[in-house]
Ligand binder design. Structure first.
Ligand code: NAD
Ligand code: UD1
Length: 335
């Protein structure tokens, strides 16, 4: 089977390409390298000993997509390509709507023209907004508080409309919780541009000496130690969830939605402690104001994915920390 992976040079995409190649899928990657480079794919080839068919291009380019679909018999698309920085999305919303929403529309049009109707989409737990309770099940109400989150919500709706208009489509909406960690080899991992927005790369960059101090955004939340609680999931577990979703599409399920999380919540301070224990490095921090838009607690009920996909996150917090640290310490400047 051949899979087109959009955004396959990125963090989650590159890890998923490893899992696909190691499971003997053929893979074509399209990525415009707006938030990545070719280096992760070179390393994916070293890890797997297999070659990656890479096309540098934009998913907004319908003609290029037609060429790809006509040259290769693609069975399913895994669609990671998108912009993902929440703060930036507030500054330049149209860029986010064009890239994420129009990009998905152009991709789906090309898929329809070429008779490829299986797609796995990278959605996010951000579509649950500020959840009324935890753990979160897939039928919780959805909402968005920023253009990035809104782009994910709109795309979910667009994909639902596509399915209503044509039941031949098979669509998996995967709502990721907080991906962290890296491949065991230490060769590929998360390499954010500039100062990281997210907790895990911030902690590891403090540990490696690139950043002086972690700011903990608030210690007065209604959580056991007052700091924010999230469902951190190892990126390799997350990637393996995509292979299960691709398999599920073969059963003609129609449109399906799954939480990909572990079901366990860890606070910011627990993450710092766990990282220190594993790495032996100090992570100095100070408590600062809450970050606007942050919520207290967010973790998944992953039982629906377990039941329907036969998928469950296997890697615990220590393995997430070990693998994140191996990547960061072996690649202090990223790729
Ligand atoms: P990433 O930025 O590392 O990867 C995205 C890739 O898409 C990049 O390589 C980028 O160059 C490419 N890309 C962006 N726009 C493109 C376009 N128009 N055409 C072709 N390529 C394009 O991000 P990631 O963390 O790997 O996230 C992958 C997907 O998962 C994104 O859609 C993101 O919104 C979603 N997601 C990520 C997280 C997270 O915390 N990392 C959480 C929930 C959902
Ligand atoms: C972020 C995104 C969200 C996305 C999710 C998964 C924002 C506002 N939201 O949310 O849209 O779906 O990632 O990738 O960016 N923290 C600190 N100090 C830091 C960084 C974070 O204390 O320097 C805290 C946060 O307040 C939060 C926790 O760490 O409690 C996790 O933060 P982060 O990694 O940014 O993830 P989310 O807040 O879940």
């Amino acid at each position: 089977m051949k899979i087109l992976v959009t955004g396959g040079a990125g963090y989650i995409g590159s890890h998923t390409v490893v899992e696909l190649l190691e499971t003997d899928y053929e893979v074509v990657v399209i990525d415009n390298l707006s938030n990545s480079s070719e280096e992760p794919l070179r390393r994916v080839e070293q890890i797997t000993g297999k070659s990656v068919d890479f096309i540098q291009g934009n998913i907004l380019d319908g003609e290029l997509l037609d060429q790809i679909f006509s040259q290769d018999k693609i069975d399913s698309v895994i669609h990671f390509a998108g912009l993902k920085a929440v703060g930036e999305s507030v500054q330049i919303p149209l860029k986010y709507y064009e890239n994420n929403i129009s990009g998905t529309v152009v991709l789906c049009e090309a898929m329809a023209r070429n008779g490829v109707k299986n797609i796995v989409f990278s959605s996010s737990a951000t579509v649950y907004g500020d959840p009324h309770a935890v753990p979160i099940t897939e039928n919780f109400p959805t909402s968005a508080t920023n253009p990035y989150g809104r782009s994910k919500l709109f795309i979910e709706e667009i994909l639902r409309d596509i399915y209503v208009s044509d039941n031949d489509w098979n669509i998996a909406l995967l709502r990721y919780f907080n991906p962290v960690g890296a491949h065991k080899s230490g060769r590929i991992g998360e390499d954010p541009n500039g100062i990281p927005n997210n907790l895990m790369p911030f902690i590891s960059q403090v540990a490696v000496g690139k950043l002086p101090l972690l700011s903990v955004f608030g210690d007065d939340y209604d959580t056991h130690d007052g700091t924010g609680v999230r469902d951190y999931i190892h990126v390799v577990d997350l990637s393996q969830g995509h292979l299960k979703a691709v398999e599920r599409l073969q059963d003609n399920p129609g449109i399906v939605t799954y939480n990909l999380g572990t079901g366990k919540g860890y606070s910011v301070l627990e993450m710092v402690e766990a990282f220190k224990n594993i790495s032996g490095k100090d992570v100095p921090y100070k408590i600062v104001e809450r970050r606007p838009g942050d919520i207290a607690s967010c973790y998944a009920d992953p039982s629906y994915a377990a039941k329907e996909l036969g998928w469950k996150a296997e890697r615990g917090i220590d393995e997430m920390m070990e693998d994140a640290w191996r990547w960061q310490s072996q690649n202090p400047q990223g790729y």
